[in-house]
Write a new protein. Structure first.
Length: 92
């Protein structure tokens, strides 16, 4: 983040949409014409390394209605089982 503005490239469409909804901003494909009405806000932004991957955490967003759960494990079988269990619990 330079001058308190975060910019990312090559972001999946689903991730862009989720971030846009949470922060109240609009997706921009250029820096030309950026104005305050297209910017979103969040209380805190962090880029953290979890295991071997880097993640962007947007927290305390005023418009958020969802949460993300990171599932990690030693083998894909255990991750898949944890994913199914969480999905079953949330769907009840």
């Amino acid at each position: 983040a330079d001058r308190s503005i975060f910019s990312a490239g090559r972001v999946e469409g689903e991730d862009l949409e989720r971030t846009r909804r949470a922060t109240g901003g609009q997706v921009q494909t250029t820096v030309q014409g950026v104005s305050p009405d297209v910017l979103g806000t969040c209380g805190r932004f962090e880029e953290r390394q979890v295991g071997g991957e880097r993640f962007n955490f947007f927290t305390q967003c005023p418009s958020t209605k969802t949460a993300t759960i990171l599932i990690r494990g030693g083998a894909q079988q255990f991750i898949d089982e944890a994913d199914r269990s969480l999905n079953d619990s949330i769907q009840i």
